[in-house]
Design a protein around this ligand. Structure first.
Ligand SMILES: Nc1ncnc2c1ncn2[C@@H]1O[C@H](COP(=O)(O)OP(=O)(O)OP(=O)(O)O)[C@@H](O)[C@H]1O
Ligand SMILES: [Mg+2]
Length: 280
C-alpha cells in the first residue's frame, strides 16, 4: 500500500502539481458573508480533511470548487484550469471531479449497475459493454459486486453511499470531493464507507473531505483544515491540528466533537481536546 505523496509525484496531465488552488475566495448570499477570504490548495495525491462547526462555510467552499456556487470574488483553479474564468467550460472541468454528498442522490428507478453507467454513457459516450465493465470494476472496489441488479431502496444507507462512490469513480475523476459522506448513516454503517475512502486514499486519489470523523481525519488526512466563520483558522498535519491545536476556537470545537457530553456539562475548558479516538 504505497501512497504516492503528491509533493514528489510528477503531475499527470498538466504542469501544475496542485489539484486545487483557491485564492482570495469570497462568497456572500445577499448580506450574509459566508466565505471571507479563503486561500488554500490541495496537491495531487493529497488527502485534506476540512473540519469546523455547522455554518462555517465548509460545504460552500466545496461547492465553489466545482462551481455549484459561483464565488463572489477570488480565483479557483482545478487541475490547472481556472474554473472562475468566465470562459471556462465548466462541464469539462466537472467531469474531472467526483463529488459525493451526504445524501446519495441515486436514481431510485435504476438498478445499481444502471446508476453507474448512465453518466458514463451519456457524458463520456462509452458504449454499454465498456460502461458495464468499468461499473463492475468499481462495484468490486467498494465491495458491492453482488449488488449490481439491486435497486437503491433495497440497499442499506452505507451500501447506497458506496454505490455513489463507485458511480463517481466510474467517471475516472482526477480528484474527489466528499461532503460529510457518512453523517446521514447509522453508526454501524459508517465504518464500511470510511474503509472505502481509506483505500482510495491509499491508492493515491486526491481527496478533499468535509467530515466530523476525527479518527478518519487523524489517520488518513495528510492535512486538516479547521474553518470557522468563513475563514481558515488553522491548518496543518492532523497530529498538530487535531492533536495539539494552536487556537482556542479549534480547541473548543474539538472538545465538543470528541466529547459532546463533556462540552454540555461545561468541562471543556478543563479537559481540552483529548485527541482520543471516537469509535463510531
Ligand atoms: N444557497 C444559500 N443561500 C443562502 N444562504 C446559504 C446558502 N447556502 C448556504 N448558506 C448559508 O451559508 C452559511 C454556511 O453554510 P455551509 O452549508 O457552507 O456551512 P457548513 O459549514 O457546511 O455547515 P454544516 O456543518 O451544517 O453542513 C450558513 O449560514 C448557511 O445558512
Ligand atoms: Mg455542510
Amino acid at each position: 500500500m504505497q501512497k504516492e505523496t503528491a509533493k514528489d509525484a510528477a503531475p499527470e496531465n498538466s504542469g501544475d502539481a496542485k489539484a486545487i488552488d483557491v485564492q482570495g475566495l469570497h462568497k456572500a448570499f445577499g448580506e450574509l458573508e459566508v466565505l471571507r477570504g479563503i486561500d488554500f490548495s490541495v496537491a495531487r495525491g493529497e488527502v485534506v480533511c476540512i473540519i469546523g462547526p455547522s455554518g462555517s462555510g465548509k460545504s460552500t467552499l466545496l461547492r465553489c470548487v466545482n462551481l455549484l456556487e459561483e464565488p463572489s470574488s477570488g480565483r479557483v483553479t482545478v487541475a490547472g484550469t481556472e474554473v472562475t474564468d468566465p470562459d471556462v467550460d465548466i462541464d469539462l472541468v466537472r467531469r474531472r471531479i467526483g463529488m459525493v454528498f451526504q445524501s446519495f442522490n441515486l436514481f431510485p428507478h435504476l438498478t445499481v449497475l444502471e446508476n453507474l453507467t448512465i453518466a458514463q454513457r451519456r457524458v463520456l459516450r462509452r458504449d454499454r459493454a465498456e460502461a458495464d465493465r468499468i461499473a463492475r470494476v468499481n462495484l468490486e472496489r467498494v465491495g458491492l459486486g453482488e449488488k449490481e441488479a439491486s435497486y437503491p431502496a433495497q440497499l442499506s444507507g452505507g451500501q447506497q453511499q458506496r454505490v455513489a462512490i463507485a458511480r463517481a469513480l466510474s467517471m475516472d475523476p482526477e480528484l474527489m470531493l466528499f461532503d460529510e459522506p457518512t453523517s446521514a448513516l447509522d453508526p454501524e454503517l459508517v465504518g464500511d464507507v470510511l474503509a472505502v475512502m481509506r483505500s482510495l486514499a491509499d491508492e493515491g486519489m486526491t481527496m478533499l473531505v468535509v467530515t466530523h470523523e476525527m479518527s478518519f481525519a487523524r489517520e488518513v488526512a495528510d492535512r486538516v483544515v479547521f474553518m470557522d466563520g468563513g475563514v481558515i483558522v488553522e491548518e496543518g498535519i492532523p497530529e498538530r491540528v487535531v492533536g495539539d491545536p494552536q487556537h482556542e476556537r479549534t480547541r473548543t470545537f474539538l472538545a465538543r466533537v470528541l466529547d459532546p457530553a463533556a462540552a454540555e456539562v461545561g468541562e471543556v475548558a478543563d479537559t481540552g481536546p483529548t485527541g482520543k479516538r471516537v469509535d463510531r
